[in-house]
Design a protein around this ligand. Structure first.
Ligand code: HEM
Length: 102
């Protein structure tokens, strides 16, 4: 799914995550952008089940990179931030799970 050269991809992901981290105190302000991002991801081939996999990889990477700075508090903040963003993106792109089951 991804281009061979991942340099730009890394920049885009981190830039988006920076927006999320900065927007955490006012989450509604970033949700419209998350909705548009989620809808673009459908055309990239992203499926609902990919989101937890990407989240696990992201948290693992942060843990490796941050070392001792990866405290339980930091881990729980990142888990919550990814959970909120990915939950919004999945709901916008694929509907809420209850809707999907109907
Ligand atoms: C919260 C989670 C995610 C964030 C913040 C995120 C962010 C981004 C951003 C900013 C882009 C650049 C293009 C654009 O703005 O439309 C992008 C592209 C892309 N993302 Fe994600 N993404 C997420 C989850 C996923 C997942 C779960 C997949 C599934 C494997 C995925 C696959 C892709 C692909 C294939 C591209 C296009 C690559 C290319 O052709 O250049 N992303 N993503």
């Amino acid at each position: 799914m991804f281009p061979e050269n991942m340099t730009e991809q890394r920049k885009k992901l981190m830039a988006t995550l920076a927006v999320v981290v900065n927007g955490l105190s006012d989450l509604p302000s970033i949700l419209p952008a998350a909705s548009a991002l989620a809808i673009r991801h459908v055309s990239y081939g992203a499926r609902r089940e990919h989101y937890p996999v990407v989240g696990a990889a992201l948290l693992w990477t942060l843990e490796q990179g941050l070392g001792d700075a990866w405290t339980p508090e930091v881990a729980s903040a990142w888990t919550a931030a990814y959970g909120t963003l990915s939950g919004t993106m999945m709901a916008e792109a694929y509907g809420r799970p209850s809707q999907a089951a109907e």
